[in-house]
Design a protein around this ligand. Structure first.
Ligand code: 4AD
Ligand code: MG
Length: 457
């Protein structure tokens, strides 16, 4: 269908005086005896295009002023009467699709909670237009960051036989429905599609390590799945995960890469989405642009887990979950560290080995592992990162201590047998960084169709 994007007209690429055809949906309309004014949005920009109808020359179809109706308009680009930008004097209007009065997006500003009930329509609002444009620009920036630096993009399997995080959060993949035919789990799995237990991957890391110990530097960018029973504003069961893995890199090396990547993608979004960020600043987070500028221009903090525990204990703050060395930090602690104590992104390093995953490099102190989480104000953890245990015997010991089934990890252990090298990597939650950059406070509002406990559509 021949037409021009409203983005091009609004940005001045199309000169005043040009005859154009635009297509879009009616966002608001004012109708009077002699004139009609229709604000049309085609999704290519946050800006609506005002369509001016002079009824002396054109009788618009009734549906042309129906909220949500889809129109094709032919007209002339003219300076806007209010002096701001351009508008279109219509010479013809076709209704592509009428929209009845029960259209759910009636009010100009609706609560995000209400909009979640209509995921197929909420994307037509300014908020979601801005969120998904930032999401798209940020995805491209992430690929560009790694591609410019020679990383190989690999696609790791989504169906897997090994649980990377070992936290029992894997969705099971099976073709066998309910049946009392089997006498044991083993028998049941043996008869299933893969002949053994399989699930949706919680992380591409294990296969990422395989690729990194061949290609040197790799990254993945795909979905991960977590059957966590956490109904929080930061958890979804299906999220998008960026996982670089780098051979010949120790913890300080990978921390540098992570910091550089975060700064790169934030700078890129600031350069390419100024209108969207201004919208978020105005509607969702006062001070957002200053925050982002500050992140790009300053070093992140690097803080020992042990020191952070001391600081939390000395803070005098009553936390819901008490703090003791060895405890897994809750969001309230993470946010206190990054929002109150340091007021910027913090790499918390060297966690107790008991609360972290089997694959992390064991530190010489025998108590901690070379792992770090990147914590940011407002969100908490956005990156989980570590140097990997490269020593065969130490890795096996850590797996045995966790009662893991070694036979499911044979390939992984082989990497420690055949030319083992120091290597490190991290996982960035795409929706988490989107929350941070847009100021959106609920992860359900930065993904097209959120999947959460008890909710799917
Ligand atoms: O900290 P996690 O569990 O680390 C891993 O999966 C490692 N294998 C990564 C690696 O080293 N390659 O997850 C990494 C990140 C978290 O920091 C968080 O941003 C995000 O993934 N994440 C989630 N995002 C949304 N919903 C969930 N349920 C998430 N679980 C993790
Ligand atoms: Mg984590």
């Amino acid at each position: 269908m021949q037409h021009t994007d409203i983005r091009e007209i609004a940005s001045g690429v199309i000169p005043v005086g040009a005859t154009v055809t635009v297509c879009g949906w009616v966002r608001t309309a004012r109708d009077s005896k002699n004139m009609a004014f229709i604000e049309l949005n085609d999704g290519t920009t946050l800006k609506h295009m005002q369509i001016v109808v002079d009824k002396a020359t054109l009788t618009p179809p009734a549906a042309a002023t129906h909220l949500g109706a889809a129109l094709r308009v032919v007209g002339t680009v003219v300076e806007a009467q209010n002096g701001r930008g351009v508008e279109i004097n219509a010479s013809a209007i076709d209704v592509l699709g009428d929209c009845p009065a029960d259209y759910p997006l009636q009010k100009k500003f609706q609560k995000l909670e209400t909009l979640r009930e209509a995921p197929h329509l909420r994307v037509r609002t300014n908020t979601f237009n801005a969120v998904f444009r930032v999401r798209s620009v940020m995805a491209a920036a992430i690929h560009r960051f790694f591609q410019e630096r020679g990383y190989v993009y690999v696609n790791t399997p989504l169906i897997t036989g090994s649980d990377c995080e070992g936290a029992g959060e894997m969705f099971q993949v099976t073709t066998i429905g309910y049946s009392d035919k089997y006498h044991s789990r083993e028998e049941y799995y043996a008869n299933d599609f893969f002949g053994r237990r399989a699930g949706l991957s919680v992380s591409g890391q294990l296969e990422g390590e395989v690729a990194a110990t061949a290609f040197g530097k790799i990254y993945t960018f795909g979905p991960s799945f977590r059957a966590e029973n956490s109904n929080t504003p930061r958890h979804v069961a299906e999220f998008w995960h960026i996982e670089p893995e780098v051979a010949f890199a120790e913890l300080p090396d990978i921390i540098k890469i992570a910091e550089e990547m975060i700064k790169y993608i934030i700078s890129d979004v600031m350069a390419n989405c100024p209108v969207e960020l201004a919208f978020f600043e105005e509607r969702f987070e006062a001070g957002l642009l200053d925050k982002l500028r500050h992140v790009v221009e300053n070093d992140f903090a690097i803080v020992e887990y042990t020191d952070a525990i001391e600081q939390l204990k000395a803070s005098g703050r009553q936390f819901e979950y008490p703090v003791e060395w060895g405890c897994d930090l809750q969001t309230e602690h993470e946010r206190y560290i990054t929002e109150v104590l340091y007021k910027k992104p913090v790499f918390l390093v060297n966690y107790p080995k008991e609360i972290k995953s089997f694959y992390m490099k064991q530190n010489p102190d025998g108590k901690t592992v070379a792992a770090t989480d990147l914590l940011v104000p407002g969100v908490g953890e956005i990156i989980g990162c570590s140097e990997r245990e490269a020593d065969y015997d130490k890795l096996v010991a850590a797996m045995e201590a966790r009662h893991m089934d070694l036979s499911a990890y044979r390939d992984y252990l082989d990497l420690r047998k055949y030319g083992s090298v120091p290597h490190s990597g991290f996982g960035l939650g795409f929706e988490r960084i989107l929350m941070y950059v847009t100021g959106m406070q609920n992860i359900r509002d930065v993904i097209l169709y959120p999947r959460t406990v008890g909710s799917i559509r």
